[in-house]
Design a protein around this ligand. Structure first.
Ligand code: ZN
Length: 410
């Protein structure tokens, strides 16, 4: 997400929704025995976390419990987060060799954390490796590159990322890259260019999941048509509930599912809540004020900017200026996506440490509440497990199968 989070500030009253009642029924840390049993016996997968940015300043250690942000080993353990995709991200405006260089440093930063914490973390590159990590009571750490600009229009760079363990690439971030249009930029390529289609085909061959979060609707259509493997939307929510370009329309969700893909619901308040969007539109000048405040507090440290952005948003909510968004909005989006796509095509992609989290979902320790809420909504235990992680693992397995076939020349 990022960046978008800076555009969400102004004076609006409290947001009271149906979700508030569910929030009252499921209080923090007070989940039922049945939900806890189910949650702690499930393989919970999160397909998008921006914690990588925090690793870059050299002081943050994943192994120690932090009082800020959302992700570290102790809190992942406490919330039973079994597999996490660490996002490799730099802004869209940074391109060329500099983009590759910075992506490599981030991949190294994640891999170094894994090396330092062998009892807790293990690099996973396949669904089977995720399951094996879980069996060994370790957290599976995976890599996703967020933005095609980081390959510098070179399939060799893409292949090198794959060799280092990267298992998905988001085709764009918030700006267009040289070969694909983004949902939050002015369209110039009319979707994917011919080279963009080659990128998708090479990702299929490499067994790297094609991620359509952030891309324009036309890029999505082109990727869906080109890809031989199911697509993922690693951190997107439903446009029918919150009209953000970053979210997916029901038609897109249906088409994605029809080809075996999955939408992993994003927890960012600006994607969950229409009230937040409306607030954003009403007072665009607040964005600048917030951006200036973040810059003043954090300078150019992107990891700190992300954490402070979330904190400043909370300050505005506490002052009654911004609408308060409850965590139960996540369940609303999950449930809507299930109704549109079917139970096999929805998962979780939090955007932790890169976005503004709703009340009650501040960090990984809160995840059991999602399981509780799904049970309360009448989901079977098997269906809840699918949302929590099994669907994502099924897609990974299918993408691996397509890769094997393509490499065998079939
Ligand atoms: Zn994002």
């Amino acid at each position: 997400m990022r960046i978008e989070m800076l555009r969400t500030f102004l004076a609006v009253g409290l947001c009271i929704s149906a979700g508030t009642f569910l929030a009252a029924a499921v209080t923090a840390g007070d989940t039922s025995a049945r939900a806890r049993k189910l949650h702690f016996s499930s393989l919970v997968v999160d397909t998008h976390d921006d914690t990588t940015q925090r690793l870059l300043d050299g002081k943050f250690d994943l192994g120690a419990r932090s009082s800020t942000g959302s992700i570290d080993v102790p809190r992942m353990r406490e919330g039973n987060l079994g597999a996490i995709f660490f996002s490799i991200w730099i802004p869209s405006k940074i391109t060329g060799p500099e983009a590759v260089h910075r992506a490599m440093l981030q991949i190294d930063a994640v891999r170094e954390q894994i090396r330092r914490h062998p009892k807790d973390l293990v690099l996973a590159t396949t669904a089977a490796e995720v399951r094996e990590a879980h069996k060994q009571r370790k957290i599976a750490a995976l890599l996703g590159v967020e933005g095609g600009h980081m390959i510098n229009s070179n399939l060799g760079v893409l292949r090198s990322y794959a060799a280092l363990g990267v298992r998905y690439m988001t085709l764009t971030h918030s700006g267009n890259d040289e070969w694909a249009d983004s949902s939050t930029d002015k369209a110039v390529h009319h979707g994917l260019t011919d080279f963009g289609k080659d990128v998708v085909r090479e990702m299929n061959r490499l067994g790297m999941m094609v991620d359509i979060s952030h891309v324009s609707d036309k890029t999505f259509c082109d990727a869906l048509e080109t890809s031989k493997a199911p697509l993922i939307a690693s951190h997107s929510s439903c446009r029918a509930i919150c009209d953000a370009r970053r979210n997916m329309t029901d038609e897109m969700i249906r088409d994605l599912a029809a080809k075996g893909g999955i939408v992993q619901i994003n927890y960012h308040v600006g994607f969950l809540s229409q009230e937040f969007r409306n607030a954003e539109k009403a007072h665009p000048e607040w964005e600048q004020a917030i951006a200036a405040e973040i810059k003043q507090r954090c300078g150019d440290n992107e990891g700190r900017q992300l954490i402070e952005g979330d904190r400043i948003t909370r300050e505005y909510v506490e002052q009654g200026k911004l609408p308060r968004v409850e965590w139960t909005k996540i369940i609303e989006h999950v449930d809507h996506a299930v109704k549109v796509a079917g139970i096999d095509h929805v998962g979780l992609g939090s955007d932790f440490d890169g976005a503004n989290m709703p009340y009650g979902m501040e960090d990984a320790t809160k995840l059991p509440k999602i399981t509780e809420a799904l049970l309360q909504k009448g989901y079977s235990e098997g269906d809840a497990r699918k949302i929590l992680g099994e669907n994502t693992l099924r897609v990974m397995t299918e993408v691996e199968g397509v890769s094997r076939k393509l490499n065998a020349g079939k």
